[in-house]
Ligand binder design. Structure first.
Ligand SMILES: CC(C)(COP(=O)(O)OP(=O)(O)OC[C@H]1O[C@@H](n2cnc3c(N)ncnc32)[C@H](O)[C@@H]1OP(=O)(O)O)[C@@H](O)C(=O)NCCC(=O)NCCS
Length: 254
């Protein structure tokens, strides 16, 4: 069972994913190493080949566990087994579902991993992007923000110090990555080309595109409640999206 300290939705039965909802699955991969053998058997040849290319066993294990978990999670929303799921890639590299998915054609997902943690977001009929980061204590956050973020974001960070500054950095960073991953464009889009605007102290944020100065009405961002040493966010297209967070261990892992 999970050691995650903050509240999670207790789910005796598998949650129903209605069109307004986004499900975000959290997992501490290192606690489920025993799943590795079963998960390897469910990966595609391409995924197994990717796994084999990692130089370090720890990285290989994390890849197998996160991608095996992704298959198990998605299969619960689809009328096919984890092993039968086929993936493709969008124009800029965003993983997609391909193959005869039938009624699950409208299923969208996003995967993120940082060290031994993984997040998987799933939605119907709307794109999603998710990001998780382990917060590093000794990072020069302000310097990174001044170099890579939009000026307004770096200025907001400069008004803070210490832990508060670092927390804002990770809040912005994960929100920015979630947005880029939702759109499927990746980091090459440019982190400085848009601003994350949190609504006060709320976990909700909007995105302002710097070129036009307009707010991107398609996407809404939410910071996620996670253990204190982590930061995470999900970006949801088309409306607010009712974000529910679940513990993957309770449903998918030994
Ligand atoms: C996608 C990207 C933002 C990942 O960020 P990250 O914090 O390092 O890693 P995360 O764990 O959060 O996300 C990785 C997952 O995102 C997904 N992903 C990969 N490319 C993606 C894209 N273009 N859009 C959305 N999701 C993507 C994959 O599931 C990937 O998992 P995998 O590597 O195990 O297959 C970043 O790698 C990126 O920009 N990639 C696009 C390609 C690119 O621009 N390359 C630069 C070439 S110079």
């Amino acid at each position: 069972m999970s050691r995650v300290p903050d509240p999670m939705v207790p789910s005796p039965s598998f949650p129903v994913l209605d069109p307004q909802a986004v499900h975000v699955w959290f997992c501490e991969l290192s606690r489920h190493v025993e799943c590795q053998t079963a998960f390897v058997a469910e990966l595609s040849d391409e995924e197994r080949a990717r796994a084999a290319r990692f130089a370090f066993e720890r990285d290989r294990q994390r890849f197998i566990l996160s991608h095996g978990l992704l298959r198990r999670v998605l299969s619960r929303y689809m009328p096919i087994t984890a092993q039968a799921i086929q993936f493709g890639t969008g124009e800029h590299g965003k993983p997609t579902l391909s193959g005869p998915a039938g009624p699950s054609d409208d299923l969208r997902f996003s995967l993120s991993h940082s060290a031994e943690y993984a997040l998987i977001a799933v939605a119907r009929g709307r794109e999603v992007g998710v990001d998780v980061e382990v917060r590093k204590a000794n990072l020069d956050c302000l310097k990174l923000a001044e170099r890579f973020f939009a000026p307004a974001e770096a200025q907001a960070m400069a008004t803070l110090h210490g832990d508060a500054q670092q927390r804002l950095f990770y809040r912005l960073w994960t929100a920015k990555e979630a947005y880029l991953k939702g759109r499927g464009v990746g980091l090459s889009f440019g982190l400085e080309r848009f601003e994350i605007m949190f609504e006060g102290e709320s976990s909700a944020a909007r995105v302002r595109l710097r070129g036009s100065g307009t707010v991107d009405q398609t996407w809404k961002i939410r910071s996620l409640p996670l253990p204190d040493h982590l930061a995470g966010a999900v970006a949801v297209a088309g409306g607010d999206g009712d974000v529910h967070r679940y513990d993957a261990a309770a449903f998918f892992l030994a």
